[in-house]
Write a protein that binds this ligand. Structure first.
Ligand SMILES: Cc1cc2nc3c(=O)[nH]c(=O)nc-3n(C[C@H](O)[C@H](O)[C@H](O)COP(=O)(O)OP(=O)(O)OC[C@H]3O[C@@H](n4cnc5c(N)ncnc54)[C@H](O)[C@@H]3O)c2cc1C
Ligand code: FES
Length: 255
């Protein structure tokens, strides 16, 4: 999928936590097509920055033509994004990449860490009521604003913080065996730090449950032509994260 360029008006732009911003953009075509796990490639309004920045879609309102993203300021590109104002125009290429599987029936376990929570949030918003259990982790209580964005119709929402200042102290993976032991999970979706995805995939594997991971790589074109974003295939060779992913079957990629 190569996506399309849409120039959208920023409808809402607010700071949610330390360095984390939420932006709602009017992008009717993208909103109509986007699936959970896909991303938009955002052009920064500075001619010296030629490359776009990939940001996961956190939700859509297709009827209103809106796309929501959440991003952390980590460098100059995201810093410039954070300085944009409501009413400004932003150039987005999307929706790009593969998406998470939402089975017709059966429970999904979504696991998200840091800004990797964004595609899990979109998945939860598309899942049926009661179909999804979500485990999210952040550094401390300043990052638990995410929990309020999830639909109230989840089967369960578990929050962990590294320092124990909110929810369960520890990392997301520490609570996964208890969830998996219940025997109801049919599909696992995970996005976050590499070690978290690797351990989540291992735990899912122990219970014989398929697991999809959303990989993060620095990107150039975002559409499969420049090879900037490769990851290793278990079977040998490479995948392009932008076009073969970012969502992969955990059994097919080296984590
Ligand atoms: C498919 C995909 C979805 C993403 N979704 C989100 C999201 O929803 N929210 C969000 O906040 N971020 C997301 N990211 C990461 C985001 O693209 C980068 O943080 C952003 O491009 C950094 O741009 P910058 O100019 O601010 O930083 P730069 O100045 O380019 O870099 C600053 C620091 O961030 C690191 N970095 C930059 N880009 C990436 C990257 N793609 N992956 C890993 N490290 C990187 C650099 O190595 C450097 O240490 C996603 C990345 C991918 C590949
Ligand atoms: S970013 Fe160019 S091939 Fe993936």
């Amino acid at each position: 999928m190569t996506g399309m360029v849409e120039k959208g008006i920023i409808i809402r732009h607010e700071k949610m936590g330390p360095d984390i911003w939420r932006m709602v953009i009017s992008l009717p075509l993208t909103a109509k097509k986007a699936k959970p796990g896909q991303f938009i490639h955002v052009k920064i309004n500075d001619n010296s920055r030629l490359l776009r920045r990939p940001i996961s879609i956190a939700g859509t309102a297709p009827g209103k033509g809106l796309v929501e993203i959440l991003y952390r300021v980590v460098g100059s590109g995201t810093q410039l994004m954070s300085e944009m104002k409501e009413g400004d125009t932003i150039d987005c290429l999307g929706p790009l990449g593969t998406s998470f599987t939402i089975p017709e029936e059966g429970e999904i376990l979504g696991v998200g860490g840091g800004v990797g929570i964004a595609p899990i949030l979109f998945t939860a918003r598309r899942a049926k009521p009661g179909q999804m259990t979500v485990v999210i982790g952040g550094r401390n209580k300043d990052e638990v604003f995410w929990k309020d964005l999830f639909p109230k119709t989840l089967k369960q929402l578990i929050v962990t913080t590294d320092d124990g200042s909110y929810g369960i102290k520890g990392f997301t993976v520490s609570v996964l065996p208890d969830v998996m032991k219940q025997g109801t999970v049919r599909q696992v979706a995970v996005c976050g730090p590499g070690i978290m995805m690797k351990k989540t995939a291992e735990i899912a594997g122990e219970y014989g449950v398929p697991c999809e991971v959303s990989l993060e790589r620095r990107m150039g074109c975002g559409t499969g032509t420049c090879m900037a974003c490769v990851c290793d295939r278990k079977a040998g060779g490479h995948y392009k994260v932008c076009s073969d992913g970012p969502v992969f079957d955990a059994a097919e990629v080296v984590l």
